[in-house]
Each structure stands twice: as C-alpha cells, then as structure tokens.
Design a protein around this ligand. Structure first.
Ligand SMILES: C[S@@+](CC[C@H](N)C(=O)[O-])C[C@H]1O[C@@H](n2cnc3c(N)ncnc32)[C@H](O)[C@@H]1O
Length: 205
C-alpha cells in the first residue's frame, strides 16, 4: 500500500505508548451489539483496534482494516493482550474492493475522509454486507465544526443523517439520529460532540 500524507499523519499520531482513543470500545457499539448478527464483522478504519478486539472477545470473527501500519501494530498487541484472534488488513478502504455479500456486520466508527468520498464508501458497504447484515456507524456530523472534541475540520468530510437515507434506500432503520453526546475516548475524543449514529439492516433478498 502506498503511503501518503494521511497515512503518515495517522502513523505519527499512533506512535505513542498510550492508546489515542483508549483501549475501551465505543459506547454506541457496546450498547447495540445485540443488534449485530453473530458472524463475520468488518471493522472499517479500526485504528488501534479497540472496537475490533472487543467484538472478537464477544465471539465475532473480526477483520480489522486500517491504512495505518502503526495503528495495526497496536491492534495486534491489544488482541494479544486479550488473547483473541483478529484478521488485520492494511489497506486504503477507498482503493480496495470489499467484495460482495462477505460480512454479517460492518462497523464504521469515526471514519472520515479529506473529500466527499462518503457515497463511494457506502456503495461498497451496500455490496459487502450479506442480506440481513447490519451496518453500525457513529461519525461526526457537520455541526461538529462548532466543537473541539475531535474530527476533521472540513465540512465535506462530515456527515448528515440524510446520507444514510440516500445511500441505503429501503434498508430497515433501527436507529438514525444526529445527537449531541459527551465523548470520553482517550485523549483523542474528549468532550461534547455532534455525531450521526446509524444502525441499518440490509433487507433479506
Ligand atoms: C478517528 S480514527 C478512529 C479509529 C477507530 N475507528 C476508533 O474508533 O478507535 C480514524 C481511523 O481511520 C483510518 N482511516 C482513515 N481513512 C482511511 C482510509 N481511506 N482507509 C483506511 N483507513 C482509514 C485512520 O488511519 C484512523 O485509524
């Protein structure tokens, strides 16, 4: 995989001993894990692996994908600490094919890009999930520009709930809200934040 200014930025950010977003899983994920069909899960942009490793501990078969080599090294160490197996994939998610009907669930926690590539990502998720499969996502909303608790400072890289209606038409919506929450995820995400939270299921074909 090619390195660029973004992979370098994330490698540098993760080049510290502590876990930037902590070792604890995301709260929205833990609160809703029962909605996920047990099976193969893709954790997209899984960083240092806190969510992937936690899901593996709950019995899921996890693929943890990120383009940061340093992040994946920390994810491997975390998996060893908890004595679970996860598949680690170093790739740019915008440049690889996620396959068709491969996953029972996809977890998309705080994955943002430098430009408007969200539709492309969602098209990949639509194909890569099995029918009956579930997408669980928590991302910063465009209102996050007014907060200092993390996330990109470019409007294009931020989300609105409407994107999920546009990109997953006909899917069952278990949850879709823009919310103000208080984040406590390591040094990386701290304080009040505006997020879009979604849980959607692909209809059985
Ligand atoms: C804010 S961090 C969130 C990490 C993790 N999901 C968590 O909640 O702890 C965003 C992650 O997305 C990864 N990332 C961003 N763009 C990516 C891309 N195009 N392909 C793969 N990973 C990407 C970064 O390397 C980083 O680890």
């Amino acid at each position: 995989m090619k390195t660029d200014k973004w992979t370098t930025k994330w490698d540098q950010r993760y080049s510290v001993n502590e876990y930037v977003f902590s070792k604890e899983p995301n709260v929205f994920l833990t609160q809703n894990v029962n909605r996920l069909p047990v099976g193969k899960v893709l954790c997209a942009g899984d960083g240092e692996g806190r969510n992937g490793v936690w899901l593996a501990r709950q019995g899921f078969m996890v693929t943890s994908l990120d383009y940061s080599r340093k992040g994946l090294e920390k994810a491997r160490a975390l998996a060893e600490e908890f004595q679970v197996e996860i598949e680690l994939v170093q790739a740019n998610i915008l440049e690889i094919d996620l396959g068709i009907g491969k996953y029972d669930a996809i977890i998309n926690i705080f994955l943002h890009f430098d430009e408007g590539k969200i539709l492309h990502l969602h098209n990949q998720y639509r194909r890569a999930l099995k029918s009956g499969g579930c997408l669980l996502s928590e991302v910063y909303s465009k209102d996050q520009l007014h907060y200092n608790s993390g996330g990109p400072k470019f409007r294009d890289a931020l989300y609105e709930p409407e994107y999920y209606l546009r990109d997953f038409p006909g899917w069952t919506r278990h949850y879709l809200k823009k919310e103000i929450i208080v984040l406590g995820e390591g040094g990386g995400h701290q304080g009040q934040a505006s997020v879009v939270r979604a849980i959607l299921t692909k209809l059985e074909e």
